[in-house]
Design a protein around this ligand. Structure first.
Ligand code: PRP
Ligand code: HPA
Ligand code: MG
Length: 174
């Protein structure tokens, strides 16, 4: 989808440096808060695809060597635009004997928006700890830890979806 077709008024542009700093801050917040000895966590699980970046940074900061992933695809179903529902489906599960009911597992995503993705994953692993770097108000009840909240009508642009490009000087516009 091109940026000028997005149905959102506000944009929050996140650079690689910013996501690195914010994911580190998330890791530090989670340090020592796990249920294992000395507050350790058993494993980090990233929700593909966006969650893999912060999951890597969190696992590096907290020296967690067991890292897995869960693939969730979200899509819209329903008839006309008004009754379209946001649905999510798991297309790849993490190792079952590692996960259990989620106890001691840190499940990481880049952001929570409507909360549908985390709602699905939470239903599978109710005792896991859910952490995102960014959170919008509708999804906040689904997340246990996050770093920065943005308003619901803000679209977050991640660096992996962006490219540097030339822009006209201000006085050169149209
Ligand atoms: O709270 P929600 O409304 O469910 O939205 C949040 C999810 O949406 C985005 O992923 P997306 O499904 O676009 O896929 P991707 O991570 O593979 O890019 C984002 O990375 C979260 O996983
Ligand atoms: O604000 C967002 N930015 C990028 N991807 C997303 N997926 C749901 N909400 C967002
Ligand atoms: Mg995602």
């Amino acid at each position: 989808m091109s940026a000028d077709r997005l149905p959102h008024e506000k944009g929050f542009h996140v650079s690689w440096d910013q996501i690195h700093r914010d994911a580190r801050a998330l890791a530090w917040r989670l340090d020592g808060k796990g249920p294992g000895e000395g507050g350790t966590w058993k494993a980090v699980v990233g929700i593909t695809r966006g969650g893999l970046v912060p999951a890597m940074i969190v696992s590096r900061e907290l020296d967690i060597r067991v890292v897995d992933s869960i693939s969730v695809i979200s899509y819209h179903s329903g008839g006309g635009a008004a009754d379209q529902r946001h649905e999510a489906k798991v297309t790849k599960s993490p190792q079952a004997d590692l996960m259990g009911d989620g106890t001691g597992i840190l499940i990481v995503d880049d952001l929570v928006d409507s909360g549908k993705t985390l709602e699905l994953v939470r239903s599978l692993y109710p005792n896991a700890h859910f952490a995102t770097v960014y959170a919008k108000p509708s999804g906040k009840p689904m997340v246990d830890s996050y770093i920065t909240e943005v308003s619901q009508d803000t679209w977050i642009f991640f660096p992996w979806d962006m490219a540097l490009q030339y822009v006209q000087p201000f006085r050169g516009k149209d």
